[in-house]
Design a protein around this ligand. Sequence first.
Ligand code: 13P
Length: 251
Amino acid sequence: MTRKPIIAGNWKMNNTKAQASELINELKPLVKDAECDVVICVPYTVIETAAKLTAGTNIKVGAENIAWADKGAFTGEVSAAMLKEVGAEYVVIGHSERRQYFGETDETVNKRTVQALKEGFKPIVCVGETLDERESGETEKVCKRQTEGAFAGISAADAEKTVVAYEPVWAIGTGKTATSAQAQETISYIRGVLKSLYGAETAEKIRIQYGGSMNPANAKELMAQPDIDGGLIGGASLKAPDFSAVVHFDK
Ligand code: 13P
């Protein structure tokens, strides 16, 4: 089974329109011959700018969240129709920062994922344990609960369109990467959870990324692991040469 690698940047709350334009224009020539899927997930306010600047290129644009409802009284939320209108194709759902600071739960992650799939987006669903959870031996339990929660009620056909990002919370923005063996072990476990939900054929098709201090120095080794199909890149996606080096992990 060959899964096409997918390297996605998650800009988080960084870059104004002017900064986004500069970064994207620097990035375009650097990644134009990439062999993997290249995605940048950006703040709502720069999605339109990013989509226009990347039109006709191999860079796809994503949002960092999506509302579960179509429209209405949901102050601060942004709907699928709004995201489609400005050119988002992917959407990050359930990032640990959303879970940690903004009350996102397995249930809201599921509702957003269901909505994203219904509206034709490609969700990047994030799961991962905290340091406390890892140290108390709960990594698998947490990843199972979050994965089963996110995929509740989702068909196998839709599951195949979904990307899972395993992001151990203790490795995010800390410079502390999971070792390639640790990342492979947990990602292979998550694939097993998907197998129990959907069967082996579907589980083998779902791409699972690693995220957490992934950078040009460690990308090659992480990507060499059999179950790691990509990366969700925070800090290193904010510098065009670094993001490009991760995209070209095999060079
Ligand atoms: P860093 O690459 O900055 O550790 O962030 C990872 C992440 O949270 C991507 O979603």
